[in-house]
Every structure is written in structure tokens, then in C-alpha cells.
Design a binder for this molecule. Structure first.
Ligand code: ASP
Length: 316
């Protein structure tokens, strides 16, 4: 374990939530307690220790996550990653859009140092809250020499940003990395790794991000009776990119597909991702639309937004 600095960035979520009573786990308000206070409640936490830097970047229920908070968070993460005496970063975040923020930061920054997002499924004043243990586990990952990239730590497991998905609305172990499996586990503060840390794949845009216009990229789903009406409405609204959450191995209802082909003809970027919970798209016999291999629809949307922003900036 390194003795360099660890940075904690708070953004809200259930980990910072409060319920009216300690036995209430589903009716509560997220983002009520500051990250300083959450850390102060950890056993052995020494307030004012020079080893820790603590900053409240936002305070929101992550269902309401938006581009403004993403930009601010990416800028603070990039700022601290560039400090030589910083070993790693822990971000507290709501579980609802955790996988999106994790993927966004990984795609944008592809950090060598660890950036560890953590969360809780129970509010901070629950009779047995899960947030404190998750925070300690995230700290163990961020402080471990050799840990790298954007990860999510929840219920003792470490997931890669590209693979992680929230799969359960209530249980403490709410995340999965599907076929990829977790990168490893945190056990009594020690890491037991199953595979290598994740590496980056998209070039950094962070310096330009504040001024960049976020392109409108929407997700449409293919299902029985999907007829493309939504696509035609989105074209009228000036959409720049569309992700289709396709059935099975990337198949799309013929009427929806016809509308998406029309969108491409009008200059809109379209990609397919599967709406299946696990697995990756393989080439099929009748593929008409390009595939976003290995990404869920919400992550394919982020990748497409970043691609469009990069294209706008480089004039490509
Ligand atoms: N709605 C909450 C949030 O995403 C849920 C949670 O954190 O578990 O902020």
C-alpha cells in the first residue's frame, strides 16, 4: 500500500442518503450528507490527515446526473490525477447511473492511476448501512500499488468500468460485470485479483470538454411492434446520434430499422447494442447497422457522444 495521497470526491447518491427511520431502505432521500461527514464516520478516520484530500464536487441523486456534473467531475479527476503525490481517487456516487459515470471517465481519461467509484444501496442512517464498508474497500483499491483505471467497488467486488452494470434494484450486491466477471475482490482490506486491470481506449478530451457542445444522442429500443415513429420524431428534434437497443444478437424490427436507415441517410450516426443483459454482439447474417461491440446501450451512447465531440473538434 502506497502512502501517497488519496483524493475523495463526493457526488451524492444513497451512500449520502437519509431515511426517516433506520429500518427504511427504499423510501429515503439521496444526497443529504456531505462526503466529509461520511468519511468522519469511518472507524479510525483521522480528520485533517495530510494523506487525504476531500472535496464535494456535487450533491445529487444520480438518476439526475447530467453533463454539467460530468464535466466538473472529469475536470477535478484530471486535475488530481496530474498531481505527482496523488496515488488514487475515490468517488462516492449513486448506483443508478454509476456505470455511466464510470464508463464516461474511463473512456475520456483512460487513467493509469486508480479512479474508484463506490456507492451504497442503503441510506447512511440505515441500521446496518453498506456505505462505510464500500468506502473502506474503495480506499483499499485506490491505495493499492498497481491498481489502475476506472473501477467500481460494491459489496466486496471490483468491476471494470466497461463491464459493470447495475442488475438489481434493491439487494446490496447490485452490480455485475456479466460474462467478464469482476476484476477481483476486496477481502479484509486486501485485493484478490481475478484478471488484469482495464486499459483505456479513447483519447482524452478533457481540456476541451467545458466548451464542447454535447451532441444529442438518444437510445431507442427494438421490441414487438417498434415502428420507427420515435426515430422520425427525434430526427425532427435534431438528433445527432442514435443507439438502438437491439433484440438478441443485434436484430432490429424491420420497421424501426427502415427509420434508422433513413436517419443515417440524413447524416445521423447510428449504432446497435444489445438489450440482452449479458454477452457481446457477434456478426449476424442480416446486419444493416454498425455494431457497438461489447457496450450496453447506455455506454454505447456515451462512446458515440464522445466520438461525435471529437469529430466536431478535429473537423473529421
Ligand atoms: N437513486 C440513488 C442514486 O442513484 C440510488 C442509489 O444510490 O442507490 O443516487
Amino acid at each position: 500500500m502506497s502512502d501517497q495521497k488519496i483524493v475523495f470526491l463526493g457526488t451524492g447518491g444513497t451512500i449520502a442518503g437519509k431515511a426517516a427511520n433506520a429500518f427504511e431502505h427504499s423510501r429515503y432521500t439521496a444526497a443529504q450528507v456531505g462526503v466529509h461527514e461520511l468519511l468522519a464516520s469511518l472507524p479510525g478516520w483521522q480528520d485533517g490527515s495530510e494523506r487525504y484530500v476531500v472535496e464535494q464536487v456535487a450533491q445529487l441523486d444520480s438518476k439526475d446526473m447530467g453533463f454539467d456534473v460530468w464535466v466538473k467531475l472529469a475536470q477535478r479527476v484530471a486535475h488530481f490525477l496530474a498531481q505527482e503525490d496523488v496515488q488514487g481517487i475515490v468517488i462516492t456516487h449513486g448506483t443508478d447511473t454509476l456505470e455511466e459515470t464510470a464508463y464516461f471517465l474511463q473512456a475520456l481519461l483512460a487513467p493509469i492511476k486508480p479512479v474508484v467509484l463506490t456507492c451504497a444501496m442503503r441510506p447512511s442512517n440505515a441500521v446496518v448501512p453498506d456505505g462505510p464498508q464500500n468506502l473502506l474497500d474503495a480506499l483499499a483499491v485506490a491505495a493499492s500499488t498497481g491498481s489502475s483505471g476506472v473501477t467500481v467497488v460494491c459489496a466486496g467486488a471490483i468491476y471494470g468500468a466497461e463491464d459493470v452494470q447495475k442488475i438489481h434494484p434493491y439487494r446490496l450486491n447490485a452490480f455485475s460485470a456479466g460474462d467478464a466477471g469482476p476484476i477481483g475482490f476486496v477481502e479484509q482490506g486486501r485485493l484478490r485479483l481475478q484478471r488484469d486491470w482495464q486499459r483505456g481506449r479513447v483519447a482524452s478530451l478533457v481540456s476541451e470538454l467545458a466548451d464542447a457542445a454535447w451532441p444529442r444522442v438518444e437510445i431507442v429500443m427494438s421490441y414487438a411492434g417498434a415502428d420507427g415513429t420515435i426515430v422520425r420524431a427525434l430526427l425532427k428534434a435534431g438528433v445527432k446520434g442514435l443507439v438502438v437497443a437491439a433484440t438478441g444478437n443485434g436484430t432490429v424490427h424491420q420497421d424501426l430499422e427502415a427509420a434508422l436507415v433513413l436517419a443515417i441517410q440524413q447524416g445521423v450516426k447510428v449504432v446497435r447494442a444489445t438489450r440482452c443483459a449479458e454477452g457481446q454482439l457477434l456478426p449476424g447474417t442480416h446486419d444493416v447497422l454498425p455494431a457497438a461491440t461489447g457496450l450496453t446501450p447506455v455506454k454505447a451512447r456515451i462512446a458515440l457522444m464522445l466520438d461525435l465531440m471529437q469529430a466536431a473538434q478535429t473537423g473529421r
